[in-house]
Design a protein around this ligand. Structure first.
Ligand SMILES: Nc1ncnc2c1ncn2[C@@H]1O[C@H](COP(=O)(O)OP(=O)(O)OP(=O)(O)O)[C@@H](O)[C@H]1O
Length: 241
């Protein structure tokens, strides 16, 4: 029996009255690892920012675990694109990872021993333990991505929404991130991941959403990952532009 953990109904999102998402409907299946693919400007980031309530849609409805409330977001860990973060902010790797705990305690309470233990274990999982006292401005791109994943792990959310986590990283880090995602799936977690490399979709994911402003196909890789569907989204864009 499958269960939809996120439901998006008839979503329209616009920037300066120009639609970036147009009548989009999708569901995210619980315990899946789902890729969102589509060409540049297809609205992939806009979709996940809408789910994270970082952007207000023109219309439509988004439910997380059956709820439309902002409170439902505490079950969601968000990994933004690297470029969206101020990496010059003076803070250490450990402090960034500990931020994952604030969702559980609020911003007022200081992290306790247990929070530190959880943060260190997440850093260990991402092989970043040795960097814990390093300033985030002094990390490479791949190391930054690992720190962000460690923060998400530290939050211990049910759902992980990640915007291009494999962008600009080496193959070792890519394999480490995928291994971590797959082992978290074994623990019952769900992943929605913006992904660009079409060659690795089949290997890394079990579900896919193929989009360009709206959804062209969505479901199990074995059912919807076809040349025809990919072509539609990447080439037949005029209908929704
Ligand atoms: N803050 C913004 N203001 C105005 N337009 C925006 C803004 N953010 C995105 N857009 C536009 O909305 C459309 C969708 O952008 P979005 O970043 O969601 O696409 P994407 O699929 O994530 O692209 P990419 O693969 O290039 O990262 C694009 O045409 C983009 O130019």
């Amino acid at each position: 029996m499958t269960e939809d953990i996120i439901k998006v109904k008839d979503l329209i999102v616009a920037y300066d009255e120009k639609p970036a998402i147009w009548h989009l409907n999708m569901t995210l299946q619980k315990n899946s690892i789902t890729a969102i693919v589509g060409p540049n400007g297809a609205g992939k980031s806009t979709l996940i920012k809408s789910i994270m309530q970082l952007i207000k849609p023109v219309s439509g409805e988004i439910q997380i675990n059956g709820s439309k409330s902002k409170k439902a977001l505490k079950d969601v860990a968000y990994v933004p694109q690297k470029g969206e973060v101020n990496w010059e902010f003076p803070t250490t790797v450990l402090d960034v990872v500990l931020m994952g705990r604030y969702v559980h305690k609020g911003w007022i309470k200081r992290p306790n021993k247990n929070d530190h233990k959880i943060a260190m274990s997440a850093l260990r999982e991402m092989k970043m333990e040795a960097f814990r006292n390093r300033q985030i401005s002094e990390l490479s791109g791949g190391q930054r991505q690992r720190v962000f994943l460690a923060r998400a792990i530290c939050q211990d959310a049910d759902i992980y929404i990640m915007d291009e986590p494999l962008q600009g990283i080496d193959i070792t880090t890519e394999k480490l991130i995928i291994k971590t995602i797959k082992s978290l799936q074994q623990e019952g977690k769900t992943f929605l991941v913006v992904h660009h490399n079409l060659d690795t979709v089949k290997e890394y994911f079990d579900h896919v959403i193929i989009m360009n402003k709206t959804i062209f196909a969505g479901g199990k890789i074995s059912e919807v990952w076809t040349e025809e569907n990919i072509d539609k989204a990447y080439n037949e864009v005029s209908a929704v532009r």
